[in-house]
Design a binder for this molecule. Structure first.
Ligand code: GLC
Length: 821
């Protein structure tokens, strides 16, 4: 006898059902409800929320009322809808803000944005969804369209011709240009065409895709689950988009200074002695270093919140000794909690229902480093707080930074992650892992950051993460995961980190030297030269690979690395200033040239060189056995950092780059703030500052200005006003140059008595300063005021650093010829 099982549909062969895609149809009616414009079509609708003149949200809905909750990426304070005047005729419904007009075509529901000059900025064509819950929309693409953003993606800077999936994935290999999904999801696409740029941010935490390849004159943005919830972010400049996107999803919190120093890591430093010896070696060799990482071997059989009792028997003592040397520890913390009934963290998690479960109540277990493990449900504030509190284990030992890894979450199974039907209880609004997946890593880092902040009593915490979603910048720096010691991966780190910067992730960087595979002397040199200019600067390598600490390849390599790591430390005031700028404006620390020179036709996809801030151009060598490279200099006058050779921009030049040199250029008429060389960022050797002015001229239209932000570098006191901003300006005159400086606010008093100004590579020969004595460099170093010719020929002035500021005039030699170095 057979049961009905005999006629199960799948026994009849595969069922091919044609997928039907629905559109909202024509616009049938619209209404305004609590400042939300709800536009209904024949089969669904779109709710429009204007978040100011330059930003609006479009939420597609299928039922009768839209659900307007957002993901945690979006800051609640940005979501207050504004009203703008509307007009309506038979064909169109139009909303006009101070910057744009949003035009809805009634017959087709097509959505167009134009600026007040009547130029189309964005056109959204079909918006559609299928019965299985996937949605997508199609947008116009122009012959001159270029695309940026999307966070951490492989391939070049301009994403035109590429297609990507957002599904946070642990990709040990390969990080090839064709790989569509890596560890992070930042669903922000910046579209630049003509003189215009705008952004589209799809706030969807499930799987999404961005296709700038397959549709000729259009690109598409889609998602597999959840609702289609997209934000239009106006430019007109790309910088405006970045600033607005980071108002919506938040900006980095100013890191403690030690977190922007040089970091050393390895999978793994195996025991306490090795770690201490490592720190001592840095100090003996005079190579600056702020942090050593403890990878998974520090734990007791990979149980998070433990130390291995044999290899790390006295963590407290080790950490205190390291602190004496000015070195901090950052331990790794993965989300997987070992299934072990004798392990307290596991017990607490089970008993208090903190782990991810299926709807039926059974805990989801997956294999990771500790073996069978359970995973906290960070969507539940109770579990998140529990996790945050657990970090007291580390903070009590003096630890202030945590490294979150494997938080895609990675699971050693076929799907590489949790089963899609595992639930996230989400404070009473349960969702499946399928819908929540891309948020997991960010919520882990949020819990970690908040726990640390709570326990550190006013000190700034630092969190590093591998996975994240839009908004992760508020909680953590991001490193780009398991790259390899390939020259290609060094080169790819540039566009990757540059696009991360355009996507709000101002604090990012790759494993310097490459993680997997074996590095080489040259690769380590070239990668470190580049890496010291990246916002996040860590050398990390995998188990079983050649060692890549700075002294691993002999004396010459060590000398070059000491020099470049030292350069990062001398430039810390400049770097810290850029981090402060990222905190206040959202602009990235390192920038693709297209961000600063969007009208330059050569830079749309230029990504083998980049800008450090807006005035230093860094051109790394990223091929072996290469001692020259071509460098593109954009508009303006550029000075070779090393020898002052001047170039008029808009040209490609051939730069000489023997192994100890990385080509670097400084924009003439700009300042760099240099501090003393430190062995670690908070070393107590004062806050001396030299304002180096590059390429000064005596012409009357020569102007340069700079503002230096300073604070204690480690606490949150700056948020209560304890910081200072020192404005510095220089003006050319026919017979010389005047410097002026004054403190905008001086609530924080840096540890110094004097300030220095230095003319580097100026176009005139300075003769002296009225009312100031000529001194020797030694006298200036001993604290006397006056001027002198510096070691490399530059002209130096030292003045008293008074709260009221001051002014001084450098006289030019008659004839104005010569070149001061
Ligand atoms: C992952 C991380 C890597 C780490 C390793 C061991 O592969 O990406 O950085 O060293 O796990 O924890």
């Amino acid at each position: 006898m057979e049961s009905s099982e005999a006629i199960r549909p799948e026994k009849m062969g595969p069922l091919v059902l044609k997928e039907t895609w629905n559109t909202p149809g024509s616009l049938v009616s619209w209404e305004r409800s609590e400042n939300v414009y709800i536009c209904r079509g024949e089969r669904g609708g779109i709710a429009f929320l204007f978040l100011g003149d330059d930003m609006f949200r479009m939420k597609v809905f299928r039922g009768s009322v839209p659900d307007l909750t957002t993901s945690p990426a979006v800051l609640a304070e940005c979501c207050i809808p504004h009203l703008f005047p509307e007009e309506e005729d038979d064909e169109r419904l139009i909303f006009t803000t101070g910057a744009i007009r949003l035009i809805i075509d009634k017959a087709t529901f097509l959505i167009r944005v134009e600026n007040h000059q009547g130029i189309t900025v964005m056109q959204q064509n079909l918006t559609s969804w299928n019965p299985r819950g996937a949605s997508h929309a199609e947008y116009d693409m122009q012959p001159d369209s270029h695309f940026y953003g999307l966070g951490e993606k492989a391939s070049f800077l301009d994403k035109r011709g590429e297609k990507y999936t957002n599904w946070n994935t642990d990709v040990f290999a390969p990080h090839l240009p064709e790989i569509e999904a890596l560890y992070e999801t930042i669903p922000l696409l910046i579209h630049m065409h003509g003189d215009l740029a705008y952004g589209l941010f799809l706030d969807n935490t499930g799987r999404s895709d961005f296709d700038m390849r397959s549709h000729g004159v259009a690109f598409t943005i889609g998602c597999d689950t959840g609702e289609y919830d997209i934000y239009f972010i106006n430019g007109p400049e790309m910088k405006d988009v970045v600033k607005r996107y980071t108002t919506l999803t938040g900006r980095i919190a100013l890191p403690p200074k030690w977190a922007i120093g040089y970091h050393q890591s390895r999978y793994s430093y195996m025991n306490q002695q090795e770690v201490l010896q490592l720190a001592r070696t840095f100090r003996e060799k005079g190579i600056p270093c702020d942090v050593i990482y403890l990878d998974i071997h520090y734990m007791d059989e990979y149980r998070v919140f433990t130390f291995d009792p044999v290899h790390f028997p006295e963590p407290e003592k080790m950490i205190a000794e390291l602190r004496e040397l000015g070195v901090r520890i950052i331990p790794i913390v993965d989300p997987g909690v070992k299934k072990d009934p004798r392990y307290e963290v596991y017990q607490q998690g089970v008993l208090n229902k903190h782990f991810c479960r299926r709807l039926e109540g059974d805990i989801f277990f997956g294999e990771v480093w500790p073996g069978t493990s359970a995973f906290p449900d960070f969507s539940d504030s109770r579990a998140a707080e529990w996790w945050g509190d657990l970090h007291k284990f580390y903070t009590d030992l003096g630890i202030q930074g945590i490294w979150n890894d494997m938080n895609e979450p990675a699971v050693f199974n076929e799907s590489k992650t949790k089963d899609l039907d595992v639930m996230h209880f989400n404070n009473g609004r349960p969702v499946t892992h399928e819908e929540y997946h891309n948020l997991y890593g960010m919520m882990m880092s949020k819990a970690t950051y908040e726990g640390l902040a709570e326990q550190l009593g006013g000190e700034r915490p630092f969190v590093l993460t591998r996975a994240g979603y839009a908004g992760i910048q508020r909680y953590a720096a991001v490193w780009t995961g398991d790259n390899r010691s390939f020259w290609e991966h060094m080169a790819m780190a540039m566009p990757m980190v540059l696009n991360m910067g355009l996507s709000g992730l101002a604090f990012a960087g790759p494993d310097i030297g490459g993680f997997a595979h074996h590095t080489s002397a040259q690769l380590l040199v070239r990668w470190t030269q580049m890496g010291v200019f990246f916002p996040y600067c860590r050398n990390h390598s995998s188990i079983g690979t050649l060692r890549q600490e700075p002294w691993s390849f002999g004396e010459e390599v060590e000398r070059i690395l000491r020099e470049f790591i030292g350069l990062r430390y001398r430039l810390l005031p400049q770097l810290y200033n850029l981090f402060r700028e990222a905190e206040t404006t959202g602009l990235p620390v390192i920038r693709p040239l297209v961000l600063e020179y969007p009208r330059d036709p050569y830079v749309a996809n230029l990504c083998d060189e980049f800008l450090f801030g807006d005035n230093m151009l860094i051109a790394p060598v990223y091929r072996p056995d290469t001692e020259h490279r071509s460098v593109y200099l954009p508009k303006g006058r550029w000075l070779d950092y090393w020898d002052g050779e001047a170039f008029e921009g808009g040209v490609h030049i051939l730069a000489a780059a023997p192994l100890h040199v990385m080509p670097m250029y400084v924009k003439a008429g700009s300042f760099i703030a240099e501090g003393p060389l430190k062995q670690h960022a908070l070393e107590e050797n004062g806050d001396a500052i030299t304002f180096q002015l590059y390429g000064a001229e005596t012409s009357e239209d020569f102007r340069a200005a700079f503002s230096l932000y300073e604070d204690d570098g480690h606490s949150f006191a700056y948020r209560k006003g304890e910081y200072s901003v020192l404005d510095v300006a220089a003006e050319g005159e026919s017979d010389g140059l005047t410097f002026r400086w004054s403190y905008q606010t001086g609530a924080f008093r840096p540890r110094r008595e004097t300030l220095r100004f230095e003319l580097r590579y100026s176009a005139f020969q300075p003769e002296g300063i009225a009312g100031m004595k000529r001194r020797t460099l030694e006298q200036l170093d001993a604290g006397q005021t006056g001027w002198c010719l510096g070691e490399s020929g530059g002209f130096l002035v030292q003045v008293e650093d008074r709260p009221e500021g001051g002014t001084l005039k450098v006289r030019a030699k008659d004839g104005n010829e010569g070149n001061s170095r």
